[in-house]
Design a protein around this ligand. Sequence first.
Ligand code: SF4
Ligand code: SF4
Length: 97
Amino acid sequence: MLAANRRMGLLGDGRVAKRSASEIRINEAWCKRCGICVAFCPRDVLAEGEGGIPRVVDLRACTFCVLCVLRCPDFAVEVVEDKEVASRDVTAATHAG
Ligand code: SF4
Ligand code: SF4
């Protein structure tokens, strides 16, 4: 159900995301455990994990805003866009005229 909701772009609060992530990768070799990405994520997708390395706690809440990528001083965050959600939104916009 959660995976299905994510594919459809449904957020936990009932809103429909226009963009979403299929995966968030943290490069542990580059991460200096500053917690900036956790602090700036507006959707609480990330949390401090073992040893201070961020971990993904709620991928389906991600709106692909990429703030975590932009704020990371060490280029250690990569967010992979969920193409299914993005293409569904383009399709909906096309049909809406
Ligand atoms: S892309 Fe935005 S919503 Fe997703 S984890 Fe990064 S800061 Fe949070
Ligand atoms: S902002 Fe970058 S360096 Fe800091 S905890 Fe997040 S991934 Fe690690």
